[in-house]
Design a protein around this ligand. Sequence first.
Ligand SMILES: C[S@@+](CC[C@H](N)C(=O)[O-])C[C@H]1O[C@@H](n2cnc3c(N)ncnc32)[C@H](O)[C@@H]1O
Length: 360
Amino acid sequence: MSARVLSNPSQLVIRNCEWLSCNQLLVLGMPADGLGRELLQENIAEEVYGLTRDFSVYTAIKNDWSEESQLTLQYGSEIESLDKQWDGVLIFLQKSKPLMDFWLAMIASLLKEDTVVWLVGENSEGIKSWRKRLKQNFAAVKNMDNARHCSLIEASESLSNNTEFSKSEYYSAYELQVRGTPMPLFSLPGVFSHGRVDVGTAVLLDTFDTFDTFDTFDTGRVLDFGCGAGVVAGFLGQLNPDAHFTLVDSDALALESSTRTLQENNVQNFNVVASDGLSEVSGEFDLIVSNPPFHQGVKTHYAVTEQFLAESAQRLRKGGELRIVANSFLRYEPIIKQAFGDCKTLVVKKGFSIYQAFKR
Ligand SMILES: C[S@@+](CC[C@H](N)C(=O)[O-])C[C@H]1O[C@@H](n2cnc3c(N)ncnc32)[C@H](O)[C@@H]1O
């Protein structure tokens, strides 16, 4: 059993334990801290069901949660245990408004008349504006507490219970032109660059027209690290239909979006892997390609990407290529040089740099 420091939003929840009480509590978007056990110890709930879309949160707390029979943790995009009678729902505010709307619609179909919903989050992330927003879904909304730069809001008397929820309605569909042909893309709420192609990603993809020097890529194994909505693998799948693609992301919604994008583009040879960094990835690759993460989530994503770059040389076969895009101000070149012995800057454009290295 490990004692974890509570995040500020979790501390605000616990300090209100006297007023938060339920039998079955659903928690959405919890941080990677020791909140699960605290919710039981402080008698906030008798049973807690946590849903996380973030594989790094899941791996950080799953052992803690599995030690308590009243704690159930699920990694995924949508609640699997639909037989539960939630009388409390605790939501940790997310930066993505479309994701919050997605969650509110998802829980609306599960709420009983007397279910109470608590929303907690950092003031800097705009929690205060959610009091007004929640009034669209609940007849009673009140501010419960403010402390540690966070606020806790209570909402009850749902105006939309028993509404049908269908995840497929939440896909955003958009397009990318690949050599004059439109390529359909699909993303769920909260996925990176939801509904549009990121500028850095577009700069990366352009380099495959000019610098397609990779000889065995046609039938090779390609790793798309931090795949998001599957833009990169989907694009390369159009250019090289015989290659095999492994798409990796920590975000369950990203993996589902990628699966849909690749299926709709008739890319046949692919698998998706939920992973924190390369922890769950096995095998050797001919090409590793990525628009790697930075600055959000549990760890500073600098660290995730630095580790990915350092490890990627070991995941390539001899002669295999690493090609990534990054904001030009990020100091990735020295890390790549250290891992590969060399690093070439293919393009610098629109504030982004494309780096290329080969396994010797
Ligand atoms: C900059 S986005 C790129 C998305 C997509 N490839 C594109 O170009 O649009 C980085 C991706 O890395 C994922 N990510 C963040 N942390 C991760 C981690 N620890 N392990 C694996 N993937 C992670 C994010 O969910 C996000 O989808």
